[in-house]
Design a protein around this ligand. Structure first.
Ligand SMILES: C[S@@+](CC[C@H](N)C(=O)[O-])C[C@H]1O[C@@H](n2cnc3c(N)ncnc32)[C@H](O)[C@@H]1O
Length: 268
């Protein structure tokens, strides 16, 4: 989307303030970011030189998880909370490539994501649906109400929190949000979740640099992430560094762990 097209949209992008979606876009090698976002990204990279590689690998987990949910678990409805800016192989592209009738509801609270969502998150098929809710996950009932307009809550729904809950300082608050949304979807639904972990010195230093720039992202312990799956049936290989979650054949034997742990689990 060009600057002119963005200017035509009636959204306040607050370009002087770093935004999580745009820092992430910068780390993923995208162009939808501003100097304030790039400054934070660079400060992080100084402390955590392979952070861009980790960002990319976490994104590949999202792709593998959605493919598993669509192809192996037979899920046809996705609620992707904290979507991020459109990038390669977005959730709807992966799901609808497997099952064109898939319905995807994206949720984010970033104004630039909203601007791009209008233009880019368009259906890949005539049978499916792609929808976007401009909402804050701190108000999960707003998300559920919006999702109900598109998704059938009598059928399984894959709830996704992919690298998004670290904006909350309290792991308990994050846990409560995950639980609230998972409690709202029917039995046979799924949770796909990963988040940044404080599992290496460089990751901790990167997070400190980000916080020092006024844009904190709170890393978790692996145990905190495991707790978010309480009561669910976690599929193999469990809660692992996301590079170790069902790596593609070409990667087997050569994948290094990253400082992001997650899993995919079924609601009984
Ligand atoms: C690190 S990005 C991850 C994007 C994507 N899930 C991925 O895996 O590439 C985090 C996203 O969460 C969104 N986000 C942050 N706080 C949020 C909130 N309170 N409610 C909804 N989305 C939020 C940000 O705008 C950003 O797009």
């Amino acid at each position: 989307m060009s600057d002119d097209e963005i200017a035509e949209l009636d959204v306040d992008l607050e370009v002087d303030v770093p935004h999580g979606a745009r820092i992430w876009n910068y780390l993923l090698g995208g162009k939808d970011n501003y100097p304030a976002d790039r400054q934070v990204g660079e400060a992080m990279r100084e402390q955590w030189p392979d952070i861009a590689d980790s960002a990319l690998k976490s994104r590949q987990f999202l792709i593998r998880a959605v493919r598993f949910l669509a192809a192996e678990a037979g899920v046809r409805q996705f609620l992707d909370i904290g979507t991020g800016l459109p990038t390669m192989q977005n959730t709807h592209e992966v799901a609808q490539a497997v099952a064109p009738e898939s319905k995807i509801v994206y949720v984010d609270n970033d104004p630039l994501v909203l601007a791009h969502a209008r233009a880019l998150l368009v259906n890949q098929s005539t049978e499916g649906i792609v929808n976007y809710i401009d909402a804050d996950y701190n108000e999960p009932d707003v998300i559920i109400a919006g999702a109900r307009e598109v998704l059938d809550f009598s059928q399984p729904i894959a709830v996704m929190f992919m690298g998004v809950l670290g904006y909350l300082e309290s792991p308990d608050a994050a846990h409560a949000i995950v639980k609230h949304v998972v409690d709202s979807v029917p039995s046979g639904s799924w949770l796909a979740l990963w988040d940044g972990t404080n599992t290496s010195e460089r990751a901790r230093a990167g997070a400190k640099a980000q916080a020092d720039m006024g844009s904190p992202y709170y890393q978790r312990t692996v145990a905190e992430i495991e707790r978010w799956f309480d009561g669910l049936e976690i599929v193999e290989p469990g809660v692992v560094s996301v590079t170790h979650w069902r790596p593609d054949d070409a990667e087997v034997g050569q994948v290094e762990p990253i400082d992001g742990y997650g899993a995919v689990a079924r609601k009984p």
